[in-house]
Design a protein around this ligand. Structure first.
Ligand SMILES: NC(=O)c1ccc[n+]([C@@H]2O[C@H](COP(=O)([O-])OP(=O)(O)OC[C@H]3O[C@@H](n4cnc5c(N)ncnc54)[C@H](OP(=O)(O)O)[C@@H]3O)[C@@H](O)[C@H]2O)c1
Length: 293
């Protein structure tokens, strides 16, 4: 492995951050956590305050914090989703720019950067798209500009649906599937770009330990699947039928705009840049990834 680094992690209390912090420690890196309430250092994004010594001696900042996306998008929720990411990134980027030797910034982002892309596959060279989440991702990445301008190595991991039995989308899907009342969503033809949690953790480790990783990277499995395939595979893994489709209209009623931009989004995202740099997925196939949980 590369030499040990001191890494400041935001969102270390979350799904990705807790798994990543453990993996980084296992690889000999020193992890310091930055949290609103439960970390080695604290910050208050809304107030624009950050412990003065949080970045002292830090080689890299991994920035995962942000208001949960999976909630009903009231005007206030949308404000928190956007501002927690944009203001949090701006706060860190400003602090990084103020360091004599600016640490690297490895920042989460989402595949929703590409907006709606029905019927076409996208990679990192594709343009950003429409929708609220696309706007969030653009503003989130743009907020890192002071760090980029200060010469910090800056990476954005545009992440797909993270599969883990510990949290996130899969945990929300499992109850109906386990009861045998799961099924495809809408017509099931929409592409889902996913990644297993262990592979996402390794993508962050790869980004941290490789200087060649700079700019946007799609953090997804090599091949997206349709919702129909995802549904059938999850049913097969659980040994349950999947004969109850969830109509688009019900999704829209239950989840509103959030449902349209997440479970109904049709996004076939390819991890071209990770592949070019030789990243190896431990779980490139959906069935194996689901069985591992
Ligand atoms: N999970 C996915 O499927 C997925 C997909 C695409 C992108 N991502 C992105 O990857 C990042 C990590 O995802 P995750 O699933 O690990 O998230 P998570 O479990 O929701 O954890 C995010 C962390 O952010 C902090 N946080 C929450 N609300 C906040 C707010 N209003 N202001 C400031 N900080 C706040 C919390 O840490 P403290 O309480 O310690 O402050 C929390 O533990 C997120 O930015 C997410 O949008 C995730």
């Amino acid at each position: 492995m590369s030499s040990a680094q001191t890494v400041l992690v935001t969102g270390a209390t979350g799904l990705v951050g807790s798994a990543l912090s453990a993996a980084l420690r296992e690889r000999g890196h020193e992890v310091r956590t930055l949290s609103r309430s439960r970390g080695d250092f604290s910050w208050d994004v809304e107030a624009g305050s950050l412990d003065a010594d949080a970045l002292e001696g830090v080689d890299a900042v991994v920035h995962l914090a942000g208001e949960p996306i999976a909630q009903r998008w009231s005007a206030e929720a949308k404000r928190r989703i956007l501002s927690s990411r944009v203001d949090g990134t701006a706060l860190l980027a400003g602090a990084i720019a103020g360091c004599a030797t600016p640490p690297a910034l490895i920042c989460a982002s989402g595949v929703n950067f590409y907006g709606y892309a029905p019927g076409r596959e996208v990679d990192e060279s594709s343009a950003s798209g429409d929708g609220f989440l696309s706007e969030v991702c653009r503003a989130w990445e743009a907020a890192a500009k002071p760090a980029v301008e200060a010469g910090a190595r800056t990476v954005f991991l545009r992440t797909g649906i993270v599969l883990s039995a510990k949290g996130g989308a899969l945990v929300k899907m499992l109850p109906p599937f386990k009861l045998g009342i799961g099924g495809r969503i809408g017509d099931g033809r929409q592409l889902m770009s996913w990644i297993s949690l262990p592979d996402l953790v390794q993508a962050y480790v790869f980004a941290l330990e490789n200087d060649a990783v700079r700019g946007p990277f799609n953090a997804v499995a090599p091949a997206p699947v349709t919702n129909q395939v995802f549904t059938k595979t999850l049913g097969a893994v659980l040994g349950r039928p999947t004969i109850f489709p969830l109509p688009r209209s019900v999704v829209k009623t239950l989840f509103g705009e959030m449902g349209k931009e997440t479970v109904l989004a049709d996004l076939g995202v390819r991890p071209k840049r990770l592949q070019e740099l030789g990243f190896k997925w431990a779980q490139p196939e959906l069935e194996a990834a689901l069985r591992a949980h």
